[in-house]
Design a protein around this ligand. Sequence first.
Ligand SMILES: Nc1ncnc2c1ncn2[C@@H]1O[C@H](COP(=O)(O)OP(=O)(O)OP(=O)(O)O)[C@@H](O)[C@H]1O
Ligand SMILES: [Mg+2]
Length: 269
Amino acid sequence: MNPGMPQKLSLPGVKQVVAVASGKGGVGKSTVAANLAMALHMSGKSVGLMDADIYGPSVPIMFGLGKVDQNTTPFPIEKFGIRLMSMGFLIGTEQAMIWRGPKVAQAVQSFLAQIDWGTLDYLIIDLPPGTGDAQLTLSQSAPLTGAVIVTTPGEVSLIDARKGVKMFREVRVPILGIVENMSYFTDAAGTKTPIFGVGGGMKLALESNAPFLGELPIDPRVAQCGDAGEPMVRKYPDAPIAKSYVALAAAVDAAATAANASGLPAVEL
Ligand SMILES: Nc1ncnc2c1ncn2[C@@H]1O[C@H](COP(=O)(O)OP(=O)(O)OP(=O)(O)O)[C@@H](O)[C@H]1O
Ligand SMILES: [Mg+2]
């Protein structure tokens, strides 16, 4: 083990720990994480969602929650059947912006070590954008089954998503697959228009030798649902993107189960 490496924490009650990541900001990681967690729950799994974005927590807003009284509220907080933890519950979404590096790493570690997650089939971790210390610490200290990398179809997003893949590979966390978000918009006549480019997700999957988990369309209701505090897959289960989230959950479940069964050490350097 590397002397400088953060200690790997164990979560004995949690079967699979899956990080949702991308080197790139704003590609829809948090939205994918929330809907993936929700879709896994809707398929009968017990699920937790940990918001590792300490500077810009989005889980509270996406689940219609805010800052709570830590003295009287037990964590994680349960909403729609999912166990949630976020810095936004502790200090609000605005104040989180002023925190500094080491404190951030500590906060993420304490979410893993001190929160009683109980027994879970899945703990989904929503990572902040970038491939810096916060992401690295988490990838090394959380007992990750694997990572799902989110990208948008265009070349600019790919450059950063590639860095995300590289980071996980360096710490030997399996890439469960690549998901392409905001792939196309379908108009009222049924015509699909790719707004942000074509084929980036598949390209990244091929060059990284990782499974391609699928495309998620652009749907303005996704953003509305995020702001209104109820994940799209729960609010509009019949929408095409909701079906894509359900398919994504099944693909992630299959990939995570296979990764766990292969017995690969997640982080043994
Ligand atoms: N498929 C989609 N269709 C329409 N809007 C979407 C879709 N996916 C995400 N969005 C919207 O795009 C915005 C960015 O998404 P989100 O916050 O999930 O990205 P992120 O990668 O987590 O960002 P950050 O890097 O800041 O953490 C949000 O307003 C979200 O509602
Ligand atoms: Mg986010």
